[in-house]
Design a protein around this ligand. Structure first.
Ligand code: SF4
Length: 376
């Protein structure tokens, strides 16, 4: 398949691995964070960590939309479905995120709540049209990639006068999370001060926002960023590019994913997002805490479609399960196997924390592709 097979070529991967082994200085260590869960999945699925020399360590970042959603946000969605009798529409992974009182959206559904899995915001609109006497809420989550379709749906609902449609908005932004990762107040000196040598920048997010927003990390923080596609050769090539930057003392934003990403991104998508959304003052992330200007809410002109206002549901922060290390994993401080319930009590079939839910979550990716190797 074009643009897929040629980026999965084993011989080429071996060649890049040989270059990495030759160019990585054995006297230093390279701590490289792949921000995005898509890259975490690719690294685990294709065994890329096994192709790297010991001096190169990949650190999983917080770029998995389901993983960074705190329990309190899932609780809000459950309250909407159970107490306000809405039809709650959501993407599949969100259904299994553990919430308070031993609930999840899936468990709430099995106890009678009208919760429906959808593939797109358009599906949610269809449901709203089909049930004019019911309130329909779309549980909107995700980074910059999934925000434009939500904006389109809200605009469409406004044009059609679909007053029974609203969204529970949890869209978050990548650059503030990267700032938080580099902020010693969030992650301690181990990461922010000296520990992280560079980032693999997200693929799909960067198609939307472009490479420009990462320039601050290269400029102010002196951390190289290489934006990469999600195929294994993309990731391997990005690692090599980062190692070269580190070796040469450069801190630049480089774009490995030139087949899709430009410096400016997608201006049409950016315009529609800016028309519908504005920055939230504060938003709590799992693992990163409350970050200002890190998430979106609907503009006052679209307030009629804001489920938080419509149903007056406040956000209540809830601590994670005490045994769960998701927060430390999302900050890049721990690895999945350092959680003592990884693979024992917590599995993809029975997730205790959010990192075990989505295939982009570090724990789920590691469980699916890495645990047997480690056991042996
Ligand atoms: S294994 Fe489960 S409980 Fe442990 S950190 Fe991962 S998701 Fe959280």
């Amino acid at each position: 398949m074009k643009y897929v097979d040629e980026f999965r070529d084993g011989t080429l991967a071996g060649n890049i691995a040989a270059n990495i082994a030759r160019e990585a200085d054995t006297r230093r260590s390279y701590r490289l964070m792949e921000f995005c869960g898509g890259h975490t999945h690719a690294i685990s699925r294709y065994g890329l960590a096994d192709l790297l020399p010991p001096s190169v360590r990949m650190i999983h970042g917080p770029g998995c939309p389901v993983c960074v959603l705190p329990i309190g946000r899932v609780d809000q969605a459950i309250r909407l479905a159970l107490e306000h009798d809405v039809i709650l529409c959501t993407y599949a992974d969100t259904l299994r995120v553990p919430a308070s009182h031993n609930l999840s959206l899936m468990r709430a559904k099995s106890s009678g709540a009208d919760i429906r899995m959808v593939y797109s915001t358009q599906d949610a609109l269809k449901i709203a049209r089909a049930y004019p006497d019911r309130e329909v809420v779309f549980f909107a989550i995700g980074f910059e990639t999934t925000t434009p379709p939500t904006a389109v749906a809200v605009k469409q609902a406004a044009v059609e006068g679909l007053r029974n449609f609203s969204i529970l908005c949890n869209h978050v932004l990548t650059p503030p999370a990267m700032h938080a990762i580099l902020d010693v107040k969030t992650t301690g000196a181990a990461q922010g001060g000296v520990g992280l040598n560079g980032f693999i920048g997200p693929a799909h997010v960067s198609i939307l926002i472009g490479s420009k927003p990462y320039e601050v990390f290269a400029g102010d923080y002196r951390k190289p960023v290489v934006i990469a596609g999600f195929e294994p050769l993309d990731v391997m090539h990005a690692i090599l590019m980062l190692i070269r930057q580190v070796n040469e003392g450069r801190a630049e934003v480089e774009n490995e994913f030139t087949r899709a990403v430009t410096r400016e991104g997608n201006p049409k998508a950016q315009a529609i997002v800016a028309e519908v959304f504005e920055l939230r003052e504060m938003f709590e992330w799992r693992g990163l805490g409350s970050l200002s200007g890190s998430a979106l809410k609907l503009r006052p002109s679209f307030a009629a479609f804001d489920a938080e206002l419509k149903f007056k549901i406040d956000y209540v922060a809830v601590p994670d399960n005490k045994a769960c290390e998701c927060a430390a994993i999302l900050r890049g401080e721990k690895r999945p196997q350092e959680c003592r319930i990884f693979g024992k009590v917590c599995t993809p079939e029975n997730p205790i924390g959010s990192c075990m839910v989505s295939s982009e979550g570090a724990c789920a990716a590691h469980y699916s592709y890495g645990r047997f190797r480690e056991a042996s």
